[in-house]
Write a protein that binds this ligand. Structure first.
Ligand SMILES: Cc1cc2nc3c(=O)[nH]c(=O)nc-3n(C[C@H](O)[C@H](O)[C@H](O)COP(=O)(O)O)c2cc1C
Length: 155
């Protein structure tokens, strides 16, 4: 199983979430590439699973992530496992989630969601991540790794 963790980030918080997830997946024995969304578009490599993250902005994923969806071809990704994550600032009155929207888009591409979206909390617009979030993210990633292990094709 070789997968890719793709993220967008303005202030570094979603990047930190992505790095934490990638590290945890590697610790669990999975082979993972970690790429910023702008670099991911250029990658012609094929992967067995996709983990996609974005900051929540104006209630949804960033423009760059939305643009990236154009390069996610259903023929290539159908039936493959995915999970999504985001960062959110709960001071915003509406608890919209980029991760839930991205999950919807990937399900439309016939991909298979392995664990519910991770919605990480930042303090203010610029962060940092709320206390305790890194541990919660690691726990989420361990659960994700276990599910991906179950989804591995037989050798
Ligand atoms: C222009 C702008 C719009 C935002 N809109 C939302 C929003 O609708 N909901 C939300 O929870 N957070 C919102 N935020 C807070 C971002 O989610 C927060 O800045 C982001 O999680 C930080 O991640 P990053 O460090 O990876 O850029 C907004 C931030 C900016 C700068």
């Amino acid at each position: 199983m070789k997968g890719i963790v793709i993220y967008d980030s303005s202030f570094g918080n979603t990047k930190k979430v992505a790095e934490t997830i990638a590290e945890s997946l590697k610790d669990a024995g999975l082979d993972v590439d970690l790429l910023h969304v702008k670099d991911a578009k250029l990658s012609g490599k094929r992967y067995d699973f996709l983990i996609l993250g974005s900051p929540t902005k104006f209630g949804t994923m960033t423009f760059t992530v939305r643009f990236f969806f154009g390069s996610v071809k259903s023929e290539e990704w159908a039936n493959k496992p995915f999970a999504t994550f985001d960062t959110e600032n709960p001071d915003n009155p509406d608890r919209y989630s980029a991760a839930l929207k991205m999950a919807e888009r990937l399900r439309e591409k016939k991909m298979s969601e392995v664990v519910p979206a991770l919605r990480a909390i930042v303090i203010g617009q610029k962060g940092p991540l709320k206390d305790g979030e890194v541990e919660r993210i690691k726990g989420w990633a361990r659960g994700l790794a276990a599910k991906l292990g179950e989804a591995a094709p037989p050798q």
